[in-house]
Design a protein around this ligand. Structure first.
Ligand code: NAP
Ligand code: GDD
Length: 325
């Protein structure tokens, strides 16, 4: 039997690179859409570059997205590309809407026209819940987004459901809570913390400066979550699925755990706060209920908070020690 083909937008990112590895492991032909940058950013794909097919394309540009869909004739499409940093969505709201919101619609249009048989996974986000009034959040919790990013994700979420209802496309939303790894971008809080702690441990920095230490997140491990993405497309029917650990911790707890993992006891002396890292409107508290994904997809996260922090601190310590040599 011919290998199944998966097309991934956002293949160079944290999730896209783990998903590409996961699908290659399952025998898929894997293709990805990569936008042009003045300096190519293929670090996350270093181990699999010779096994993936990359197509020039940008979610801002309908023709390039359509061309990639036509050229690959995919069985499965994973839409992971986005301007994904909530902080930047306040300073670049229109760009965020264009990529994260309308970009999804461009991809759906390309699939509708050229590959209506394909199954589509879309990367929705717990950031859509935003200002929550109930806990934990599940598939029936109302949305109250608190950032231009969250607003764009709500638009994309409904565009997916509309294409499911209007054109009978197989489109599923994964409403994923925060998931992290050593491939997390350095501006996100977890990676900023583990990189900062590793710098302090290796003597290249003395302090770590953050914003709101009391924000709570449901933090899981990214490789677990790409498994959910794949399972969502193997289901009988399309649907919307929360992916989460069901456990939440504050930023302060993450900081404490990271310093502990690096063997630094008097960590409070190294910690600073600066209001410049606060957001104009904050999401204070997120904790998900993944019961539906467990029941219908057989999905469960494998890595808990303390192990996640240790994995990330260990990777950053190793990286900083190598460059110090
Ligand atoms: P990420 O590391 O920031 O990756 C984003 C990807 O999108 C990168 O490959 C980036 O390419 C690509 N991209 C950005 N703008 C693009 C454009 N105009 N055209 C084509 N590609 C573009 O994000 P992630 O953490 O892997 O997350 C993957 C998806 O899940 C995103 O949609 C994110 O919003 C969503 N999500 C993430 C989480 C989480 O906790 N990680 C939770 C819920 C939902 P470059 O390499 O060129 O920048
Ligand atoms: N980035 C950052 N930097 N965040 C900080 C800092 C800091 O110095 N100090 C405190 N925080 C707080 C933020 O205010 C927020 O409440 C929390 O830490 C997490 O911030 P991020 O790591 O930037 O992630 P996020 O929760 O806003 O968004 C991520 O998760 C979403 C899912 O809920 C991103 O991956 C989104 O793309 C994703 O959809």
């Amino acid at each position: 039997m011919a290998a199944r083909t998966a097309l991934i937008t956002g293949i160079t990112g944290q999730d896209g690179s783990y998903l590409a590895e996961f699908l290659l492991g399952k025998g898929y032909r894997v293709a990805g859409i990569v936008r042009r940058l003045s300096s190519p950013n293929l670090t996350n794909l270093a181990g699999i570059l010779d096994r993936v097919e990359l197509f020039d394309g940008d979610l801002m540009d309908q023709s390039s997205v359509s061309r990639a869909v036509e050229a690959t004739s995919p069985d499965e499409v994973y839409n992971l590309a986005a301007q994904s940093f909530v902080g930047a969505s306040f300073t670049q709201p229109v760009l965020t809407g264009e990529i994260t919101g309308l970009g999804t619609l461009r991809l759906l249009e390309a699939v509708r026209v050229s590959a209506p048989h394909a199954r589509v996974y879309h990367a929705s986000s717990s950031e859509m819940f935003g200002h929550v009034e109930t806990e934990p959040q599940d598939e029936s919790t109302p949305f109250h987004p608190r950032s231009p990013y969250g607003v764009a994700k709500v638009y994309a979420y409904w565009a997916c459901i509309n294409y499911r209802e209007a054109y009978s496309l197989f489109v599923s939303n994964g409403i994923l809570f925060n998931h992290e790894s050593p491939r997390r971008g350095l501006e996100f809080v977890t990676r900023k913390i583990t990189d900062g702690v590793a710098r302090i441990a290796t003597g290249t920095s003395k302090t770590l400066t953050l914003g709101n230490l009391e924000a709570r997140r449901d933090w899981g491990y990214a490789p677990d979550y790409v498994d959910l993405m794949w399972r969502a497309l193997q289901a009988k029917e399309p649907g919307d699925f929360v992916g989460a650990t069901g456990e939440s911790h504050t930023v302060r707890e993450f900081v404490q755990e990271a310093f502990t993992a690096a063997g630094i006891a008097r960590w409070e002396e190294c910690l600073r706060t600066d209001p410049k890292f606060n957001r104009p409107s904050e999401v204070f508290n997120l904790r998900g209920n993944p019961a539906k994904a467990k029941r219908e997809l057989g999905w469960e996260p494998t890595t808990r908070f303390r192990d996640l922090v240790r994995i990330m601190v260990t990777a950053d310590l190793e990286r900083h020690r190598k460059t110090a040599r």
